[in-house]
Structures are given as C-alpha cells and as structure tokens.
Design a protein around this ligand. Structure first.
Ligand SMILES: Cc1cc2nc3c(=O)[nH]c(=O)nc-3n(C[C@H](O)[C@H](O)[C@H](O)COP(=O)(O)OP(=O)(O)OC[C@H]3O[C@@H](n4cnc5c(N)ncnc54)[C@H](O)[C@@H]3O)c2cc1C
Length: 477
C-alpha cells in the first residue's frame, strides 16, 4: 500500500469515526493554523483535527497509530522555533478543549484543559482570589498545553519558576492512544517515577497534553513597578543584586535601540525619561498586606522601591528612575517591554537567539556576543533584551541599515553558530525558554552531552516506537 493510499485510508477512518465539528479539510479554515507569528515557517497538512474531549484525542491518536500516520499537536500557534508548523503531518489543535475542570482555593490548584489560553487560566485563578503567575506577552493566544509542552518562562520566573515548576501533573494521550491519568492536586506524592514531568518541555514529541493541574498562589494585594535608566549591563547586574528580596517578581532589561524602536513604531508608546539612556530595566515587587489601595500609592511597595532606587542612585548604578503611581502608568511601562518583539518587525531582517547564561556572566555575554556579531556581519545592530533576572536574553540582531534583507538573513546559521559558541563557552543554554522545535534541532544534536541525547532517543523510542508524535521536532531517532 502506498503511503498516499494509507494516508487517505487514515483520513477516511478519522472522518467516519468523528463528529463533523471535530475535523476540517477546508483550506480556508486550515490556513491560519499553518502560518506562525513571525512568518518564518509556513506549513501544510492534509487534515485539521479539532477534538472536544480527551476521549476524542485518544480515538484520533489510536486511528493514526493504526495507520502509522504522523501527528503534530498545536495550541495557540505562538511557538517560535517551528515545532508548531506541520509539514504534511495531521494537525491536531486543542483549542476546543478549553474548560476549567476545577478551581480550588483550599488546594491552591486549577485543573485546566490544554486549550485554555494562558490569560483565561490567570482569570480563572483570579476568580477564586488566587494568582496563576505564568505571564508572557503572548498570553492572550498561547495555551496551557503549549506552555507546558515548551516549558514556557516569561517575566515572573525570577520568583515563581518556569511552567514546569507550576505544574503538579498532567493528563496526556500517549502515542498509542492510551491516556496517562496524572492530574493530581497533591503537593506530596512519592509513588514512583513522576511520569507527568516527561511531557513538560517535550514539545509534543512524547504525547498530547489534554489537561493539567496547575499550582496557584496567594494574590498579592499590590504590585509596585519601577523603571530605571542606566549606562551598562554591569550596573544592571549590581542593581539586581541590590533589588533581591522575596517581593522581587520581575527584572527585565531593554537596550536603548529597543526602546527607540517601540516608541517610534508602536502607537501610544512613549519614553518615560526626559533623556535617553543606554539601558533600561523594568522591576516589579509584589506585596501582601494592608496597603492603602490597589496602586499602593504611598504604601509599603512605594517605600521599598524608593529606598532601593535612592540607594542605587547614590552608588552611581542608575542615572534616572520612574515609579509607577497607578495601574495605568504601570501598564504603560510594561507595554514598552511587551512590544519589544513586535517593534523589531519594523527594523528589517532580525536574526533571533533565545539563550541563557549564568546571571553573573551576563556583562561578559553581552561584550562577547556583540563582538562576535560584528566579526560575523559588520554594521549589524544587536537588540539584546529580556529576562535579565533569569540570565535569559533574547539576543536578536538586526540587519545593518543598508544591507539587503535577504543577504542578511542568508547569514542566519553563521551568526547563530558564533552566538551559540559564546553561550556554550560561558556555560549557558542555546534554548532558554522557546524550546528546540525545528530551528535548534541540529544544534542540540551536535552540542548536547551524548549521554543526554542517547537517553532522549531511548525515551522517545520507548514511548513512540512508530515515531508518529511530532516526528520532525526536537530529536531524530
Ligand atoms: C509575542 C510573543 C511573546 C512570547 N514571549 C514568550 C516568553 O516570554 N516566554 C516564553 O517562554 N515564550 C514566549 N513566547 C513563545 C510562545 O508563546 C510559548 O512557547 C508558548 O508556550 C507556546 O504556546 P502555544 O499554545 O502557542 O503552543 P504552540 O505554538 O501551538 O506549540 C508549541 C509547541 O508545543 C507543542 N504543543 C502545543 N500544544 C500541545 C499539547 N496540548 N500537547 C503536546 N504538545 C503541544 C507543539 O507541537 C509545539 O511543538 C512568545 C511568543 C510570542 C509570539
């Protein structure tokens, strides 16, 4: 039987087993699922599956497994490494599975289906007076299933950790269609291997997450936000040291070129400082207690922030600073950071790196990466920004002003090799939060510890011997 015939049989079997709402072959319906946010990857699929329940996912996977047909799971389609764009696999998008199955303030647990968007999960936690602290600029679209499969990071990792650390267990459909029932509300459970962890950060290669048990936290009574202008990454690191206390929730860095791009190209964005600075940092503290009002005007938060900024100014670490006085000012400051990715679309070609190094080595990283970039493409414009508090920098490099975009982008692999060399020399990671996908697969295979790669292959072969679950992503077996 030829593959095409086999695929046609599989599709027929799926269509006759499923309700009409649970699949589509309509090219217009499918089109948005095949194009990712950065327009870097474009895909194709013979069939879009839209399951409404875990049993339906199981049924779909069983039929695909019987025909040895590959599947690609997809959530909000905001992934940035190509792992969410099918190239002939049947695409299974979880967005119809968006129920909150349970929310308990006593347990501090939210049980959410995989297709619930991150913002909906945050809102569901808020309704019972709790906080789900994962926070990304894509939170209006990305889903809990995608967040866990990529082990998403975001702006609150410094206090709460990555998605992995916020998950108590998952329900997942295995590559043979069986269901792993790992939804747990227990903080303590030492009954053998923690199998749910296998699916976290697995990018859909070991199974399809259908629901997750998420950790909730007390809702802070106020958040104080500040932004400081400074002249070096070394000073930003010293400020981070000074700012360390249990209330610290966010510590992000933006270079001058980045802030200029946002204020120039994104409507209603404005630089809060009268003068320009080489670097800016955005800081949040969360407080619990009896502050005056939700903006904490004049309360404990403002006092903490003011003390810190005064100390930093006296030590010559910062050149200027602003404190948000209300929620709207706080939102405006955060928007400057959140629009960093979008603003770079106006700056010509951009070669992107999502990397991390030990926090203490960040100044060295910026120096070495800037030099490596110039050595590779003279005149290029580094735009390194992001989660300084976690050592995670989105080290994007914009094309030289007068270079042809295609010629610049043709140098992607050369530049990435140079940047990843710097990262590895400093003991860092070539993927801090976006994952491996297609983009970094070859790099991972070449740079990772061979024992790690062998173990990953052996796990993949054990769980997915037919290699049908996201087979082009992360690792070849
Ligand atoms: C503007 C913008 C800002 C971003 N900021 C951040 C950030 O700060 N931190 C960060 O970590 N990421 C960030 N991202 C990247 C992205 O939002 C995250 O990787 C997110 O977790 C992906 O979720 P998703 O639902 O969109 O997954 P998708 O893009 O649909 O899929 C991502 C991967 O997960 C797999 N997958 C999806 N759902 C499932 C499932 N239910 N079961 C098994 N596998 C599944 C897919 O096969 C794919 O390999 C950003 C993206 C954008 C566009």
């Amino acid at each position: 039987m030829s593959l095409d015939k086999n695929l046609a049989n599989c599709i027929n079997a799926l269509k006759s087993a499923l309700p009409a709402k649970s699949y589509s072959e309509d090219a217009d319906v499918i089109a948005p699922y095949l194009r990712e946010w950065r327009d870097k990857y474009f895909g194709q699929t013979p069939l879009l599956l839209l399951p409404a329940s875990t049993d339906e996912v199981s049924q779909m996977v069983k039929i695909c497994a019987q025909h040895k047909i590959s599947l690609m799971p997809q959530g909000g389609n905001t992934g940035l490494v190509g792992g969410n764009t099918p190239q002939g696999e049947i695409l299974i998008n979880l967005k119809r599975m968006n129920a909150v199955r349970a929310a308990s303030a006593d347990d501090n647990v939210l049980i959410a289906e995989a297709g619930l968007t991150l913002i909906e999960a945050q809102q569901a936690a808020g309704k019972i007076g709790r906080k789900f602290p994962l926070s990304l600029a894509s939170e209006g679209s990305c889903t809990i299933g995608g967040n866990l499969s990529t082990n998403a990071g975001g702006v609150h990792v410094i206090k709460y950790g990555t998605a992995k650390e916020l998950c108590l267990g998952v329900e997942a459909v295995l590559p043979n269609g069986d269901i792993h029932h790992g939804l747990s509300s227990l903080k303590k459970d030492n009954t053998g291997y923690d199998l749910s962890r296998l699916f976290l950060g697995a990018e859909g290669t070991l199974g399809i997450i259908t629901a997750a048990s998420l950790k909730l936290f007390p809702k802070p009574s106020s958040v104080q936000r500040a932004m400081a202008g400074l002249n070096s990454v070394t000073h930003a690191l010293a400020l981070l040291n000074l700012a360390q206390n249990p209330a610290l929730t966010m510590f992000e860095i933006i270079p001058r070129i980045g802030l200029d791009l946002v204020t120039t190209h994104i409507p209603n964005m404005r630089n809060p400082f009268p003068q320009n600075h080489d670097w800016y940092v955005l800081i949040d503290w969360e407080f619990y207690g009896q502050e005056k009002d939700s903006s904490d005007q004049g309360g404990q938060g403002e006092q903490t922030a003011q003390n810190l900024l005064m100390q930093a100014a006296e030590a010559g670490l910062i050149e200027d600073a602003v404190l948000a006085q209300n929620e709207s000012q706080a939102a405006n400051l955060l928007a400057l950071r959140e629009h960093m990715s979008a603003a770079q679309k106006f700056n010509g070609g951009s070669i992107k790196h999502d990397v991390s190094v030990p926090v203490a080595r960040l100044p060295e990283f910026f120096d070495l990466a800037d030099k490596a970039s110039q050595d590779c493409i003279a005149g290029c414009r580094p735009v390194g920004f992001g989660h300084l508090g976690d050592g995670n920098i989105h080290y994007n490099v914009a094309q030289p002003e007068h270079m042809d975009t295609e010629a610049f982008l043709a140098r992607w692999d050369d530049l990435t090799e140079a940047i990843h060399d710097v990262v590895c020399d400093l003991g860092g990671s070539i993927s801090a939060e976006h994952g491996i996908g297609i983009m970094k697969k070859e790099d991972l295979a070449r740079r990772a510890d061979p024992v790690k790669i062998a173990l990953m292959r052996s796990l993949k072969q054990t769980l997915d011997p037919q290699n049908i679950m996201n087979p082009r992503v992360m690792i070849d077996i």
